[in-house]
Design a protein around this ligand. Structure first.
Ligand code: HEC
Length: 126
């Protein structure tokens, strides 16, 4: 009997964690509507006002040869800056804070939950 209770407790503890990641990405897709004005994320190579963001998580800054980055962003890439989840979190909170002179005219996402979700969505795309 005790063992059954234990098993149920483990199951209850583990199960909710599975759909949560998917929920984050779904919520992040809604947040991404703010980015869509300038960014395409589909894997078709197209750039908008901003560069295509397909596979951005793990990509080096300013690495698309098809896009004309600001010299500030190019310098960031040359310095070895990679878009890890942590770096995306810092950039998306205040783009100009970490890349002064970036031509991404977006004030930033002040809400940590929104940043977390949009990064989960970016990660799910490529
Ligand atoms: C008003 C247009 C605009 C909006 C809105 C916008 N961006 Fe950008 N984004 C840009 C531009 C332009 C650049 C290129 C920056 C540069 O070269 O300095 C850029 C660059 C980036 C980069 C670096 C890409 C690379 O290849 O190094 C990331 C990551 C990024 N944006 C994510 C986002 C996310 C996520 C959102 C939504 C939360 C967003 N952006 C909203 C215009 C925008």
């Amino acid at each position: 009997m005790q063992r059954t209770i234990l098993t149920v407790a483990i199951a209850l503890g583990v199960l909710p964690s599975l759909p949560v990641a998917a929920q984050d990405a779904a919520a992040g897709q809604r947040v991404f509507n703010q980015c869509r004005v300038c960014h395409v994320i589909e894997d078709n190579g197209r750039n908008g006002v901003g560069p295509n963001l397909h596979g951005i998580v793990g990509r080096k800054a300013a690495s698309l040869s098809s896009y004309s980055y600001s010299s500030a962003m190019k310098a960031k890439g040359e310095e070895g800056w990679v878009w890890t989840e942590d770096n995306l979190n810092t950039y998306l909170e205040n783009p100009r804070g970490i890349v002064p002179g970036t031509k991404m005219s977006f004030p930033g996402l002040k809400d940590e939950e929104q940043r977390k979700n949009v990064i989960a969505f970016l990660k799910s795309q490529g």
